[in-house]
Write a protein that binds this ligand. Structure first.
Ligand SMILES: Nc1ncnc2c1ncn2[C@@H]1O[C@H](COP(=O)(O)OP(=O)(O)OP(=O)(O)O)[C@@H](O)[C@H]1O
Ligand SMILES: [Mg+2]
Length: 269
């Protein structure tokens, strides 16, 4: 099929009505120029929902340690509230968005993640966190894209016996970009790309520099998961991979179309 651009939106970019509206417009506009598959996170809204019911939050290298109670909140916030609102915002802007989760046919088959070897040396059982399997390209996404729809995917995965798992949104986007052999993976967040220790945007990152950034702690928390996802996407056959500032919608539309933009970190092999 015609190659797609996979766009990952960090939860911060869609956490209130104003931002949802802006992102809805940006995605509808990007989708007029070419095929787009959207994956979104929802970290801060999940944190807020957990706090409301008094469940403590625990994250390691940006990965959420997920017990059964946490999983229920993750699924209801991500696949319920955020996904539906984003789909509605894109459609209100004239797009043709369809909401999915990784539990939909073949979208994100996962298995329980192996204990995580953290950057601080600890080994941590992440609980109900899923690792995407190296499955074939998801049929339903190809079908939707071909028909002009924009699949919008909440980062929940399912195992082969039907159990749900929490999957980091960057991890899922990286895996999908690989399986779809995407022409581009654009990971949009609320920072001006990847920052060095002087808080300047790094223009280009290769494997060696990524290793140094993570080892030195200059890249930490959610950024660790993002960089791993970028490398997985490249390894799996995605063509271009970038981490961009998603707060300026116009710039985001350009990034999805493959045009050069400021505040962007290109990740290469
Ligand atoms: N070197 C770095 N450059 C930029 N951001 C960094 C760096 N190191 C760590 N970070 C942190 O990574 C965060 C982004 O990851 P985080 O998981 O919090 O958000 P997200 O992935 O965009 O959203 P979501 O988890 O909702 O999908 C930034 O807000 C920043 O605090
Ligand atoms: Mg994250």
């Amino acid at each position: 099929m015609k190659r797609v651009a996979v766009l990952k939106l960090g939860g911060e970019l869609i956490e209130n009505d104003l931002r949802l509206k802006a992102m809805g417009r940006a995605i509808a506009s990007a989708a007029r120029k070419g095929r787009v598959v959207v994956v979104h996170g929802g970290g801060r809204e999940i944190d807020a929902a957990l706090a409301q019911v008094g469940i403590p939050k625990r994250q390691v290298d940006g990965l959420r340690v997920t017990d059964a109670e946490t999983l229920n909140i993750v699924v209801s916030v991500l696949a319920g509230s955020i996904n539906t609102k984003l789909v509605a915002a894109i459609n209100a802007a004239g797009g043709k968005a369809v909401g999915l989760t990784g539990a939909d046919a073949g979208v994100a088959p996962v298995e329980k993640a192996a204990p995580h070897k953290a950057t601080n040396g600890e080994t941590v059982d992440l609980g109900m966190v899923g690792t995407p399997l190296k499955a074939t390209s998801p049929d339903v996404i190809e079908t939707l894209c071909k028909a002009g729809y924009v699949p919008v995917i909440a980062c929940v995965g399912a195992s082969k016996n039907g159990k749900l798992f929490n999957v980091n949104a960057d991890t899922l986007a990286g895996s999908l970009a690989a399986r779809l052999k995407a022409k581009r993976l654009v990971i949009a967040g609320a920072t001006p790309g990847v920052l060095d220790k002087k808080n300047q945007t790094i223009e280009k990152l290769d494997r060696e520099r990524i290793e140094k950034l993570v080892k030195s702690g200059t890249a930490n928390a959610g950024m660790v998961a993002k960089l791993a996802a970028c490398q997985a996407a490249l390894k799996g056959g995605a063509k271009n991979v970038a981490i961009v500032d998603g707060r300026a919608p116009g710039r985001l539309v350009k990034a999805v179309a493959g045009e050069k933009t400021a505040a962007t970190t290109k990740v290469v092999n």
